[in-house]
Design a binder for this molecule. Structure first.
Ligand code: FDA
Length: 301
């Protein structure tokens, strides 16, 4: 059976990555990745906006080991912000702190973030900090708290598979949070391993944050969770401007459209860039059935 672990191994294979780069995004990745350049990403966002969907773009980049790479990544984020403004699209920016140098030098990462947030603030664009593996959790939240002292247009993401997710959510009252199940392989000492527990905790942290009057982005393709959230906000009288749904580009597009037709705010996470390989493999690992979807993309080329 094809497992998450299998795709996780593939996602970190340098050999296969090099091969895949040579093939180009012909593995079916083009259905879930909006191209390799900022312009291609902006065109994809324009099409989403025309369908009533808003977006957040993420320039894919897997590993940053040097200061110059982190600064280049920061410059690219700023160019992306400028493009969002120039195209006049309804779009946020998503990023990962490791791509801005968190593992190289924490203060370098902070300075890069301050530059990005200053530009985003000037252009009135929200910046989402994606959550990475558990090893980066404390550093990410700690840096976020420091950034928030200067800027309000920024918010992190919360993984419901973590035992401490509710406690972290409560400590982030008032912060715009993205809630999702979590995509990394984590140890049982820190994370729930069983799907029912992860699902229950996702609903739990969404409810906690909403009842705290805090903006909540519900990031899932799980129709059961989405239905429960719809019922909850209706029953509790949660205002429409306190939450949104989020899904990945190319995933469950019919459900995205249905939610928009029902009047809900839906934001699509739009990954782009040349480093699409690891992202693509992780998505296959989460749901091996997606391989059928990927093959469809390949065959339609
Ligand atoms: P899950 O994969 O648990 O599926 C639940 C059910 O939904 C399935 O059993 C099936 O019935 C249905 N379903 C799901 N996908 C389907 C499909 N493609 N077609 C048909 N049915 C489908 N993770 C992280 O660690 N850090 C982060 O910053 C982010 N950021 C992020 C942003 C956004 C916008 C999203 C949507 C997700 C993330 N994630 C993430 C990934 C997230 O943590 C999680 O791993 C994936 O979204 C998979 O979990 P789901 O809740 O979507 O459904």
């Amino acid at each position: 059976m094809v497992t998450r672990k299998f795709f996780s191994v593939l996602s970190s294979s340098q050999f296969l990555e090099n091969k895949a780069r040579n093939w180009g995004p012909k593995l079916g990745a083009t259905t879930v990745i909006a191209g390799e350049t900022i312009e291609e990403a902006m065109e994809a966002v324009r099409k989403l906006n025309a369908q009533g969907l808003c977006a957040t773009v993420d320039h894919l980049g897997e590993f940053v080991h040097k200061k110059e790479e982190a600064v280049a990544s920061k410059d690219y984020c700023i160019r992306t912000l400028e493009a969002i403004d120039a195209y006049g699209v309804d779009c946020n920016l998503s990023l990962k702190l490791t791509s801005l140098g968190l593992d190289v030098d924490r203060n370098l990462c902070r300075d890069n973030m301050l530059d990005i947030l200053a530009k985003a603030d000037e252009l009135n664009i929200f910046v989402r900090i994606d959550m990475e593996d558990y090893a980066h959790l404390d550093a990410t939240l700690e840096l976020f708290q420091e950034l928030r002292r200067s800027y309000q247009n920024v918010g992190p993401a919360m993984q419901s598979y973590l035992h401490r997710a509710e406690q972290d959510t409560r400590s982030l009252k008032g912060v715009n949070l993205r809630m999702m199940k979590g995509a990394y392989k984590e140890s049982p000492s820190v994370a729930y391993q069983k799907k029912p527990e992860v699902d229950a905790n996702l609903l739990n942290i969404i409810k906690v944050h909403l009842l705290n009057g805090s903006y909540t982005a519900v990031a899932t393709h799980d129709h059961n969770i989405i239905e429960e959230v719809k019922t909850f906000v209706r029953e509790q009288g949660i205002p429409d401007d306190l939450y949104e749904f989020q899904m990945l580009y190319g995933f469950r597009t019919e459900l995205q459209a249905q939610l928009v037709n029902e009047g809900y705010k839906v934001r699509v996470y739009v990954p782009f860039g040349e480093d699409w390989y690891g992202y693509f493999m992780r998505r296959l690992g989460e749901r091996p059935q997606n391989i059928v979807f990927a093959m469809r993309g390949l065959l339609s080329k």
